[in-house]
Ligand binder design. Structure first.
Ligand code: RUB
Length: 358
C-alpha cells in the first residue's frame, strides 16, 4: 500500500505508519508518523484519525506496531486490549483488533503476517467502498428517474468520505460515483458540531473532487426538507445492529425524523465491518461515546490574517455536554447500502444477506 490520493494513511518502508492529521484540516495539510502502539492509540483517541473504517484500519496497524515492540505475549495482549478500548462506539475498531489477534495467533506471532493482514483490511475497504458507491449511485439515478429530475439535492451528516474509510467512503462514495457518471449532484453538508467534521472535512473532500456542495448549520435540514430542497439523505454509521438500528454522529437521528416526516428516502451506507451482529436494539445496547466538554466550548478556525486560532464560544462558567453519537432506529431507515447491495434495515433481511457471517 503506497501513499495514495485518497488514503488518509500509508505505510512507510520501515513499517511506521504515516497519517494525515485530520485535527488540522482544512486549515493545514500535515502528517504525523505513528511509530508505536501508543502513538496509534493517541491518534484514535484524539481524533487525528477518525471515521469508523479508518479507526479500524489504524487499530489494525496499532496491533502490528504492538507486536513489533512488545517483548512478551502478555504485554502484547494488554496493548491490543488498550487499542480495542480506545473509542467505544465504532465497532470497526473491535472488529479489526479481533481479526488481527486471530490471524497473529494462527500464524505464530509472525510480524510480517501481521503487517500483511493490516494492509489487507484496508485493501478490502477500498473494494467495499467502491461497491457501496456503485449501489448508492444506482439509487440516486432511480430517484432522479422517478421524480423526473435533471439535478439532485442530497444531504449528509458528519464525514463518511475517504478520510473516514478508504478509498472513497461510505456515504460520500455514491456522491463521488454519481459525479463521475456525469450526474448533476449538489450536497447539503451539515456542519456537524461540535467538531465540525462536515464543515471541515466533508466540504474539503467534496471541494477537492469538484462536487457541488453547500455547508449548512446542523439545524437547517428540516426546513430544507419541508421546502422540497432535499431529495435524499445518506449518512455513514459507526455501528449497525442485527435488527438495523444505526449509531452515527450525534444529530443523525434528528435528520432521520425530519426525513421520515417529509417522506424523503433516508439511507445508511456501511461496510460489513460496521455491522454488530451480536447486538439488537441499538438505542438500549450500543455504548455511546461522551467526549470532553471543551470540544463544545472551544472552536478552531483562522483569523483574518490566516493564523490558525482557538476561540471560546460559551460563557466561562457554563457547563456543556458532548455526546458523540445517537442511534437512528431501523424503522426510520429506508435501506442500508452495503457492498453486497441494498438491504432493508430489518433483522430478517440482514440475516438473509449475511448468513455466511452469522
Ligand atoms: C464519524 C462518523 C461517521 C462514521 C462513518 O465520527 O460518525 O459518519 O464513522 O464511518 P467521528 P465510515 O468523526 O467521531 O469518528 O464512513 O467509516 O463507515
Amino acid at each position: 500500500m503506497k501513499r495514495g490520493h485518497y488514503k488518509p494513511f500509508w505505510v512507510l518502508d520501515n513499517g511506521d505508519v504515516e497519517i494525515i492529521d485530520q485535527r488540522l484540516l482544512p486549515f493545514e495539510e500535515k502528517t504525523v508518523i505513528l511509530k508505536s502502539a501508543d502513538d496509534a492509540i493517541h491518534a484514535i483517541k484524539d481524533m487525528a484519525v477518525r471515521g469508523a473504517g479508518v479507526i479500524g484500519n489504524i487499530a489494525a496497524f496499532g496491533v502490528y506496531l504492538a507486536l513489533r515492540e512488545c517483548e512478551s505475549k502478555a504485554s502484547f495482549l494488554d496493548k491490543a486490549a488498550q487499542i480495542r478500548a480506545s473509542r467505544p462506539t465504532a465497532v470497526n475498531l473491535m472488529w479489526a483488533v479481533d481479526r488481527m489477534l486471530k490471524v497473529i495467533d494462527e500464524t505464530s506471532y509472525e510480524l510480517a503476517n501481521a503487517l500483511d493482514e493490516a494492509i489487507l483490511i484496508s485493501d478490502e475497504d477500498v473494494k467495499r467502498s467502491l461497491a457501496i458507491g456503485n449501489f448508492g449511485a444506482d439509487i440516486i439515478e432511480s430517484i432522479m428517474k422517478e421524480k423526473n429530475l435533471s439535478s439532485i439535492n442530497v444531504l449528509t451528516h458528519c464525514n463518511a468520505g475517504w478520510l473516514a474509510i478508504v478509498d472513497s467512503g461510505t456515504a460520500l462514495a455514491p456522491f463521488y460515483e454519481a459525479h463521475n457518471r456525469g450526474i448533476d449532484i449538489h450536497v447539503w453538508v451539515d456542519e456537524t458540531r461540535p467538531r465540525n467534521q462536515g464543515a471541515n472535512l466533508t466540504a474539503w473532500e467534496l471541494g477537492r473532487a469538484g462536487v457541488k456542495h453547500t455547508i449548512i448549520p446542523d439545524n437547517t435540514g428540516g426546513h430544507l426538507m419541508q421546502h422540497d430542497l432535499v431529495d435524499m439523505v445518506i449518512t455513514g454509521a459507526d455501528r449497525v445492529t442485527r435488527n438495523g438500528d444505526a449509531a452515527n454522529k450525534i444529530g443523525t437521528y434528528l435528520k432521520a425524523l425530519a426525513a421520515n416526516d417529509n417522506k424523503i428516502p433516508f439511507y445508511i451506507a456501511l461496510p460489513e465491518s460496521t455491522f454488530d451482529f451480536e447486538t439488537v436494539d441499538g438505542v438500549t445496547n450500543i455504548e455511546i461515546e461522551e467526549r470532553s466538554a471543551d470540544e463544545v466550548h472551544i472552536m478552531r478556525g483562522t483569523l483574518p490574517d490566516g493564523t490558525i486560532s482557538e476561540l471560546r464560544v460559551t460563557p466561562p462558567k457554563s457547563h456543556a455536554l458532548n455526546i458523540g453519537f445517537d442511534v437512528t432506529p431501523a424503522r426510520l431507515i429506508t435501506g442500508l447500502i452495503t457492498e453486497r447491495g441494498v438491504v432493508k434495515a430489518d433483522q430478517e433481511a440482514i440475516e438473509t444477506m449475511y448468513k455466511d457471517l452469522l
